[in-house]
Write a protein that binds this ligand. Structure first.
Ligand code: ATP
Length: 445
């Protein structure tokens, strides 16, 4: 494997070349740490999100789905603590105008000190003392840009689940323990974003809030830790690249009783991409206090009243997509030639198969097109008749397409085609009439 930095560079360049991820507004020079998903990337991320939704909402009877709006009442963020506490200490360089986190490892010496150098322009004494900076994006609602109408873009989906807790509970007739799952956009004006889609200013979260009776929270916390790890292993992520990190006392949010990050060994090191948090009754109690609306749960069997505890599983869809891409990236040697291949689980792969006529004559393109049309109704497939067959295979390897279906001379005689497996490179001869069943079988993983 090439050195780590190199892997990220290669991945970013492959992502652009093959249409996974593009820099936002690229023709205008790009917008800092905002990315767009291209034709293959949108499929990959959608497959991850769908798998998450299925496992959380469809396969469980105790979790309901929700899609709360991005714009919420400003008091939500006062109650949640984001207005007061969602801040990072920041340092500005008066000379080059760059901005850093006060804990940026490139800063050698205390910011504000006349001897500390700016890590970008190298000038001494140009850094300001750290100042607090709120990470929430502000915008204005209504026609007049006045303070009263200032609202925030949500920095996490969780609050939408808390403020709708009673609505969901009552409309779904759930009983505690039960959960609310959401997939949605979140916005954070991160100071030092970077590492491609790892830390961005606009991203998507897949979050589930599980409401439990106080006292049962420890057990549910462990349950959800085990479930989440199982789910990630189901994505095909190598177990040796996953690890737990338990928050120490200094890292725990003030309201959290316990928290674990799931970390992945990215080419740039071990980093969190999902968190499991025991948030206690903090969120619902705060909303109860700030809204004046009772958010207690009444256990009809025992007549007990309590504010539920919340166990949260919080994952970034973009970071999970980056994990899946990093884990799938391989460079092989095939008969002396280098091959770049993304070994996605077939169920996650953006394209499931590509159809190729071996040559563009002798009835092969017509038959290949017919097959392509038949497969399109069932799977996301691609048709390619450009260039040598070897090059067409390589292009699909880079896209992570698990199967290459080639229509050759024999196909026009007996209706069979070859199916090339992306990983083993083995070719099966399959009757074209059986192709849908054949692929469905292989794509189930
Ligand atoms: P970090 O410290 O890495 O910024 P965090 O601890 O603030 O993350 P949480 O608030 O727990 O993260 O958010 C839950 C998940 O949301 C993270 O594990 C990550 O996958 C995703 N996430 C958070 N911030 C970003 C971001 N700026 N860009 C992309 N994904 C993010």
């Amino acid at each position: 494997m090439p050195p780590a930095d190199n892997v990220m560079e290669k991945l970013v360049s492959l992502a652009k070349r093959r249409g996974f991820v593009f820099q936002s507004s690229e023709i205008y020079g790009g917008l800092g740490s905002v990315w767009d998903y291209g034709p293959l990337g949108v499929e990959l991320k959608k497959n991850i999100k769908e798998r998450w939704w299925r496992s959380m909402v469809h396969e469980r009877e105790d979790i309901e789905g929700l899609d709360a709006a991005i714009l919420m009442h400003p008091k939500v963020w006062e109650a949640s603590g984001h207005v007061a506490g969602f801040t990072d200490p920041l340092v500005d360089c008066k000379q080059c105008k760059n901005r850093f986190r006060a804990d940026d490892p490139r800063l050698k010496g205390p910011p504000g000190d006349p001897n500390t150098k700016c890590p970008v322009c190298g000038n001494k004494g140009t850094l300001t003392a750290p100042r607090m900076f709120n990470l929430m994006f502000k915008t204005f609602m209504g026609p007049v840009e006045e303070q009263a109408a200032m609202i925030y873009l949500l920095p996490e989906t969780a609050q939408g689940s808390y403020v709708n807790y009673l609505n969901v509970l009552q409309s779904s007739r759930q009983k505690i323990p039960f959960g609310i799952a959401q997939i949605g956009k979140a916005f954070r004006n991160e100071i030092t974003p970077g590492n491609f889609i790892f830390r961005t200013r606009e991203f998507e979260q897949m979050e589930m809030q599980f409401f439990v009776k106080p006292g049962s929270d420890g057990e549910w916390f462990e349950f959800w830790r085990a479930e989440r790890l199982k789910w990630l292993q189901g994505l095909g992520i190598r177990a040796e690249r996953l690890r737990w990190h338990q928050h120490g006392k200094d890292e725990l949010a003030h309201y959290a009783k316990d928290a674990y990050d799931i970390e992945y060994e990215f080419p740039f090191g071990w980093q969190e991409f999902e968190g499991i948090h025991n948030r206690t009754d903090f969120d619902l109690s705060r909303h109860q206090e700030h809204s004046g609306k009772k958010l207690e749960y009444v256990d009809t069997a025992t007549n007990e009243r309590f504010v539920p505890y919340v166990i949260e599983t919080s994952a970034g869809a973009d970071r999970t997509a980056l994990v899946v891409m990093c884990d799938a990236y391989h460079e092989d040697d095939v008969e002396g030639e280098k091959r770049v291949v993304l070994r996605f689980r077939p169920s996650l792969a953006p394209l499931k198969a590509a159809v190729f006529p071996l040559v563009n004559k002798d009835g092969m393109p017509e038959l290949a097109r017919k097959l392509y049309d038949a497969l399109r109704g069932q799977f996301n497939v691609f048709y390619d008749d450009g260039g040598s067959i070897g090059r067409r295979y390589r292009r699909q390897d880079e896209a992570g397409t698990p199967f290459g279906i080639t229509v050759d001379g024999q196909s026009t005689q007996d209706g069979t085609v070859t199916v090339r497996d992306r990983d083993t490179l083995k070719q099966d001869r399959v009757d074209s009439g059986r192709l849908v069943d054949y692929l469905r079988d292989k794509l189930a993983g």
